[in-house]
Write a protein that binds this ligand. Structure first.
Ligand code: HEC
Length: 179
């Protein structure tokens, strides 16, 4: 028998196999959709919850793995009153950066800390600040994404880095709407 006779049959079989594959792989069951959503949430939470990882990638190069910094060049985060002090002040520093002279643990620094507000979202800033406030021997309360969001809203679209003189003014401290 000639192969041509079977061609329509092949075509039909091919079509059927496509259709059945489409049905077998159909992902829209409530169970599988729930699983996909859960996996996504877990992935996002896993990334943002890791304050230590953010520290490693964004802060360690200057403030060093142990938070000691480099004397005279990059100030320490360990035992720094700015890290463990007013949350609103340190959130502002991270959002917009810091410039001018600052004295930390009796050493004066005159460097430039880059702004992080455009690179890190509220949750990431909260996570990294929670990490530094509770690491290197520091023991201060954590920072929440809501607190960062409130400060970010207050600061608005300010582009300039802060000086510590500005941040020592009460109007540039605290969490708006907080205590
Ligand atoms: C490119 C280097 C650099 C990186 C990266 C950097 N900083 Fe800084 N940081 C500085 C410098 C320089 C100062 C001091 C600025 C000045 O002299 O006015 C500073 C100051 C600070 C201060 C206030 C002073 C102190 O020691 O307590 C805090 C808090 C701080 N940084 C936290 C962070 C955090 C958190 C990150 C990561 C998100 C980070 N920094 C990333 C360079 C850096």
């Amino acid at each position: 028998m000639k192969i041509r006779t079977y061609l329509p049959l092949f075509a039909v079989l091919l079509l059927l196999s496509f259709v059945s594959v489409a049905f077998v792989n159909e992902p829209e069951t409530p169970e599988s959709t729930g699983k996909i959503i859960k996996e996504n949430v877990h992935e996002v939470a896993g990334v943002v919850a890791d304050g230590e990882e953010i520290y490693m990638t964004r802060c360690l190069s200057c403030h060093m793995a142990n938070g000691e910094g480099v004397p005279g060049v990059f100030p320490p985060l360990t035992g720094s009153e700015y890290v463990t002090g007013d949350k609103g002040q340190v959130i502002r520093m991270i959002l917009n950066g810091l410039t001018g002279e600052i004295t930390v643990k009796d050493v004066t620094y005159s460097g430039m800390m880059p702004p992080w507000g455009g690179f890190l979202d509220d949750q990431q800033i909260a996570d990294v600040l929670t990490y530094v406030r509770s690491s290197f021997g520091n023991e201060a309360e954590g920072v929440s994404a809501e607190e960062v969001a409130a400060v970010r809203a207050k600061v608005g679209d300010r582009k300039e880095a802060w000086t510590i003189e500005e941040l020592n003014q009460e109007e540039n401290q605290g969490i708006p709407g907080g205590d």
